[in-house]
Design a protein around this ligand. Sequence first.
Ligand code: SB7
Ligand code: NI
Length: 183
Amino acid sequence: MLTMKDIIREGDPILRQVAKEVSLPPRQEDVETAKKMLEFLIHSQNPEMAQKYHLRPGVGLAAPQIGISKRLIAVHVTDDNGKLYSVALFNPKIVSHSVQVTYLEGGEGCLSVDRPVPGLVPRYAKITVRGIDHKGEKVELKLKGMPAIVFQHEIDHLDGIMFYDRINKEKPFEPPAQMALYR
Ligand code: SB7
Ligand code: NI
């Protein structure tokens, strides 16, 4: 199983690389990686497991964060209505997005970043993501709220982008224009 020692930290150049597309249909090896990533997230949100293995709770993970520079993400997050998004996606792509942006009131964190970075991280309020699931099937997800924010954070990792790259350096808490606050 994956633990925190498998998580690549800030400073490692792999986090700044543009990850390679996964060849399709996904190979068994890549499917196994996807399953391990999702399992890590589920464990990290389970208080007993998190305590036992010293896991930081995470709602998402991108393959570069475990040292694999491939376009693969996993998300395990619940939206406002209690709907669970528990999915691993190969070659995820934002195919459309709202003009409106949003942000988390408390900013964002990252399993690869061992320090708080204060500031608002502007994200699209709504996105449509396409990708390939663990069965090799096409998936399209229409997302808003927390799931939309998490998918954008993970897809950024595939392009070598860290959440703090998107914080306004001069005015970290300046709400972006056309903003919707997500609480
Ligand atoms: C806050 C936290 C995350 C996404 C969006 C807002 C995920 C943190 C875990 N990760 O580092 C995943 O890349
Ligand atoms: Ni992250």
